[in-house]
Structures are given as structure tokens and as C-alpha cells.
Design a protein around this ligand. Structure first.
Ligand code: AKG
Ligand code: FE2
Length: 324
């Protein structure tokens, strides 16, 4: 194994397949389509049958996206000592980080996280009875000089797109367009710049191990390198709970390669910390009762972050733990 840290090595059943199969028919949704009812049907079908879809004509200016990509590349290209100046730690979960573990195996990646609201209010601890709150404040590197501006501008654009998608999802569930919007006042959303360096052992490691994103919606931009693998079917976790399993959560992972580094930028659209996530009354009946107990988003997310932080020998908290 030479000098490669063993913590990166996936167990045999989770290693990437040598040949990846490109799925056909992944929904591509044109957001500029004039027939809005048709758009809602397309989003509903995509959520039910796939759990993810590509959007085109989404109004996010390409100049804004290019600016953040260049800033991201410039930041990650720096030596580790520079990046570590804005390292995330136990006190501040935002910033640079290169030792994330997914399902207890280390990911072959480096990240830089920042919250969309600055500051963002979250629970001070994962302890269920601890009411204390804390403010998370973003850390910004000095290089490249326009890094903060590029990140903040891009986040605002993606936030608009996320609201648009949320409204389409709500309509597709037969609910009013703005049904979910209130949950996002004082949102805990954050954006992540991902860098997946060239990997000498791409058959043994993963950029991100299999997982389900725990937030509301993830809006992801990626470059042309490829590597995202999605298990077909469904949507994100809170939609799964709120829709009472009508839209399920989708598992995905990222493979790496030995030729090109890859960059991606997910936006994790998350509700306010005090939101209780539970199946919506409108979507439950006597015949189809609630399948989940209510859970507090802030505590759920904080617990998940703690177990992400260290290599623990226990399973991370998952929504199925709240199944009735
Ligand atoms: O890089 C990607 O394509 C996806 C990353 C991802 O799944 C995540 O950060 O949760
Ligand atoms: Fe993910």
C-alpha cells in the first residue's frame, strides 16, 4: 500500500466497480419551459422515480459560476499550511477540512464549507435536553482575494434556484407552492467547495462514500470530470419524511480517478434549527398514517456532524431511526 493511509480503503463490497454504467433517461428539466403545470409533473415524476434530476436554463449566471470555480481551484492549489489557516475544528464547523469520514472510511477529498446566513444559529450541542444555541461565523481565506465575494454571490444565486425547486416540489405533492418556505427562515443551509485530488488507488477508495444527504434539497454543480454515482430512485431526506415516503431519499457516492482532479459545489438547502421534521398532515390519512416520529432538525444535524467528525465505531444517525 506504500504510503497511503489505510483509513481510505473501502471494504470489498463498497469499492467502485471497474466499469461504470451510465444510466439512460436521467431527467433533464428545462426550467424556462412555458407550461408550468407540465414542469410540476416533470419534477414530481423525477422525484418519485429517480430522486435527482438535472436542470437547464436555470438563470444562474455562468459568469458567477465560473468565478466561484476559479476561486475554488486557486484556494485548493495552495499548500496545506495555507489552507489550514482556515481549518474547521470542534468550535467552528465551517472552513477547510480534509479528513472527513463517511460511514467510518476516510473520503479522498478536501472541502471548504461556509454557511449561507452569516452568522447561522444552531444548537450548541447534540444533547436533546440542552436548549443552548450558538452562532456559527464563516472563516474566509485571504487568498484568492475575491474568494469571499465569489462564494457569497454564487450562494445567493443558488439559493434563488433552491427556492424555485422547493416550490415545484411542493406543487408536485399537491401542496401550495410556498408550503415549505417558512421552514427556511433562519435557514441552516451551507455550501461546500469539494476538491477530489488525483488518486493513486481509485479502485480502493472513494471521493465520498455512499450516503444520503440529510438536508432538504441539494443543488450540485460539477465539472466535466465525472464520478458521481447515484442509486436510482427518490429525493432528499426531509422530503422523504415530510412526504411520508412518497418521495424517498437517494443514496449516492463519488468515485475518484488517477488522471484528473475533480471539483464540485453542492448547496445543502437546510431548514431552520428549530424546525420539527414530521410527515405533513396533508399527506397522511387513516389508511396511510405517519411513518415517522417528529424530529428536531437542529439536533439531528448537530448529532450527524459530531459523528462525522471522528472515526466512530457506531452508525451515524439516520432518518430511519425515527421510523414508527
Ligand atoms: O461531488 C459530488 O458530486 C457530490 C458530493 C456529495 O455527495 C456531498 O458532498 O454530499
Ligand atoms: Fe451527498
Amino acid at each position: 500500500m506504500g504510503e497511503i493511509d489505510e483509513s481510505f480503503i473501502q471494504s470489498i463490497e463498497h469499492r467502485p466497480k471497474s466499469i461504470s454504467v451510465e444510466a439512460e433517461g436521467i431527467p433533464v428539466i428545462d426550467l424556462s419551459a412555458l407550461n408550468s403545470q407540465d414542469l410540476v409533473v416533470q419534477v414530481g415524476d423525477a422525484c418519485k422515480n429517480w430522486g435527482f434530476f438535472q436542470v437547464i436554463n436555470h438563470w444562474v449566471p455562468s459568469s458567477c459560476r465560473e468565478k466561484v470555480e476559479l476561486a475554488s481551484r486557486a484556494f485548493f492549489r495552495q499548500p496545506s499550511e495555507e489552507k489550514r489557516k482556515v481549518r474547521r475544528d470542534e468550535a467552528n464547523p465551517m472552513g477547510f477540512y480534509d479528513t472527513e469520514h463517511t460511514k467510518n472510511v476516510r473520503d479522498w477529498k478536501q472541502v471548504f464549507d461556509f454557511t449561507v446566513e452569516n452568522p447561522t444559529v444552531v444548537p450548541a450541542s447534540h444533547e436533546p435536553d440542552d436548549p443552548e444555541l450558538q452562532e456559527i461565523v464563516n472563516q474566509w481565506p485571504g487568498y484568492p482575494p475575491n474568494f469571499r465575494e465569489a462564494c457569497e454571490e454564487y450562494a445567493r444565486e443558488i439559493e434563488k434556484l433552491a427556492y424555485k425547486l422547493l416550490e415545484l416540489i411542493s406543487l408536485s405533492l399537491g401542496l401550495p407552492a410556498e408550503k415549505f418556505n417558512g421552514f427556511f427562515k433562519n435557514q441552516t443551509s451551507f455550501m461546500r467547495l469539494n476538491s477530489y485530488p488525483i488518486c493513486p488507488i481509485p479502485h480502493l477508495a472513494l471521493g465520498v462514500g455512499r450516503h444520503k444527504d440529510s438536508g432538504a434539497l441539494t443543488v450540485l454543480a460539477q465539472d466535466d470530470v465525472g464520478g458521481l454515482e447515484v442509486k436510482r430512485k427518490s429525493d432528499e431526506e426531509w422530503v422523504q419524511v415530510w412526504s411520508n415516503d412518497k418521495y424517498e431519499s437517494v443514496e449516492h457516492r463519488v468515485t475518484v480517478n488517477s488522471e484528473r482532479e475533480r471539483f464540485s459545489i453542492p448547496f445543502f438547502f437546510n431548514p431552520s434549527h428549530n424546525v420539527m421534521v414530521e410527515p405533513l398532515k396533508e399527506l397522511t390519512t387513516k389508511q396511510n398514517p405517519a411513518r415517522y416520529k417528529p424530529y428536531n432538525w437542529g439536533k439531528f444535524h448537530t448529532t450527524r456532524n459530531i459523528s462525522n467528525f471522528k472515526k466512530l465505531n457506531v452508525e451515524n444517525i439516520q432518518i430511519y431511526h425515527f421510523r414508527i
